[in-house]
Design a protein around this ligand. Structure first.
Ligand SMILES: Cc1ncc(C[n+]2csc(CCOP(=O)(O)OP(=O)(O)O)c2C)c(N)n1
Length: 462
């Protein structure tokens, strides 16, 4: 409407406004004519507008349908000016099977695991614990560049994996190595990844603990928070489209649930009916941010409800409760072709990572209570011993075997040559891309110039 050659004064603006109104009116008139011509207004509304009851019928029949809302007992309207925040009834309780000392208190909820299944779970819990303590120390000795422990969360992670089928696909955050340990992934491969040795199938390109194993239905770890969530929704949708009796289990922390990707992934999963289980490990902290600052509502659980998902909060340190919850969730997902959310309440027993010092933001006493008294391994071990499934000799043997396996694998991988630095630029494009070739040249030049700063590259070979 405006001429570029003349400044737009008040008259010009008014004229432009009038012209715009005219254009809009003309457009609307012609749209109405089109609708009439296509009989789009023939809903019969003209004949019922006089009666209030008829109005309500129209709202209940067409409005509720258009909004996709199912009103309880058909009650669409209310006279109460009540605002709700979802916290009136208090927080949702934690589903449990065992009490805090390992006694069964919920016989109905007990998954009644076989002796072999209990042994597989407890073995994985001990193996995870041993690996954590050795590799944490190895990082402190400068043998690994980075590490994250799973202390205190073994019940949630291994319990969830034990409730899945081994064929179910797992998308994890980064603190879920026990999934692989439970699924008997090779410790040598895990150490190859952590050391970035020449035996690492991911070619040393990722930071330690970023495992991947298609054979174990374990997608590559991505430390960019929450990126796994929309991916897991998509994979769960693919399983549905292919008519498979498989689900996707997507692990994430309560911190990641504040990311936009969480909300996008949850809504896609709910509206598309994806075969995905969203499993939140609520361990109380996102690095130094306590859960208190993470949400004002009823945790992550209520977010599941908000997206219309069947949701449950469970005691994440009660491994039997977690197995039972995940088994049931799996059935519901396959039966209803709809996602489920589980919020497993647990506690991050260690520092966030080897780059963190948790002593700066939480007390040693708080940590001790969770790691020593509320420890999920202790609790489940007591149960297993009482059932006659396990003995203290089993613990000693499993721990010793794992110690040897981890120490030997670490040593062997340390002796292997690393992947050449050029592999950093491979496997993205079929043919080398010019911009990557330029970056490679710049990197090699830099390494040559500062070779003394990179002793792990062989003192200046590059
Ligand atoms: C997109 C993105 N933002 C920030 C970070 C930095 N970061 C790494 S871990 C973390 C906390 C995540 O906490 P939570 O999801 O609760 O998992 P937890 O570490 O407690 O298992 C943050 C903020 C990141 N990796 N990615």
């Amino acid at each position: 409407f405006f001429s570029h050659s003349r400044p737009a004064g008040p008259h010009a603006l008014r004229a432009a406004g009038l012209r715009m109104q005219h254009v809009i009116r003309r457009g609307l008139r012609s749209r109405c004519q089109q609708f009439r011509a296509r009989k789009c207004f023939s809903t019969g509304l003209d004949s019922v507008v006089d009666s209030a009851a008829a109005h309500e019928r129209v709202v209940s029949e067409t409005g509720a349908k258009a909004w996709n809302l199912q009103f309880k007992d058909g009650a669409i309207f209310t006279h109460r000016l009540d605002f709700h925040n979802g916290r009136e009834k208090g927080a949702a309780p934690l589903f449990r099977v065992m009490d805090l000392t390992g006694n069964i208190v919920n016989d109905e909820g007990d998954p009644h695991l076989s002796r072999d299944h209990c042994r597989r779970i407890l073995r994985a819990m001990h193996r995870s614990n041993v690996m954590d303590s050795i590799l944490y120390d190895a990082q402190r000795q400068g043998r690994l560049s980075f590490f994250m422990t799973h202390y205190g969360e073994e019940g949630s992670i291994i319990g969830a994996t034990a409730g899945l089928d081994d064929n179910d696909m797992v998308y994890c955050q980064y603190r879920e190595a026990p999934v692989l340990i439970y699924r008997d992934y090779s410790i040598a491969q895990m150490l190859a990844q952590c050391t970035g040795s020449g035996a690492d199938r991911t070619k040393g390109r990722q930071m330690p603990i970023h495992y991947a194993s298609p054979e174990h239905n374990f997608q590559a770890v991505s430390a960019c928070l929450a990126t796994q969530i929309p991916n897991a929704a998509g994979a769960g949708y693919a399983f549905r489209l292919e008519g498979l009796d498989r689900i996707v289990c997507c692990f994430f922390g309560e911190g990641a649930s504040s990311e936009g990707d969480f909300h996008a992934g949850m809504n896609f999963a709910a509206t598309l009916g994806c075969q995905t289980l969203f499993l939140c490990r609520n361990n109380g902290y996102a690095i130094s941010t306590p859960a208190l600052e993470q949400y004002a509502g009823d945790g992550v659980y209520i977010r599941g409800l908000a997206y219309g998902m069947r949701s449950l909060r469970v005691d994440g340190n009660d491994v039997l409760a977690v197995v039972a919850a995940v088994r049931r969730a799996r059935e519901l997902i396959l039966e209803h072709k709809a996602p489920v959310l589980i919020e497993a309440m647990t506690y991050r027993g260690g520092h966030h990572s080897t780059s963190d010092d948790a002593g700066r933001y939480r007390s040693k006493d708080e940590q001790d209570v969770w790691v020593k008294s509320l420890n999920p391994i202790k609790r489940f071990q007591k149960y297993c011993i009482e059932q006659g499934h396990w003995s203290s000799e089993d613990t000693a043997r499993v721990q010793q075997e794992m110690r040897e396996e981890v120490i030997n694998s670490l040593g062997e991988n340390e002796k292997l040559p690393k992947w050449p630095i050029e592999t950093l630029f491979h496997d993205v494009y079929a043919a080398p891309a010019p911009h990557l070739a330029r970056q490679q040249e710049a990197l090699l030049k830099h390494l040559q110039e500062f070779r003394d700063e990179y002793p792990s590259l062989g003192g200046g070979d590059h």
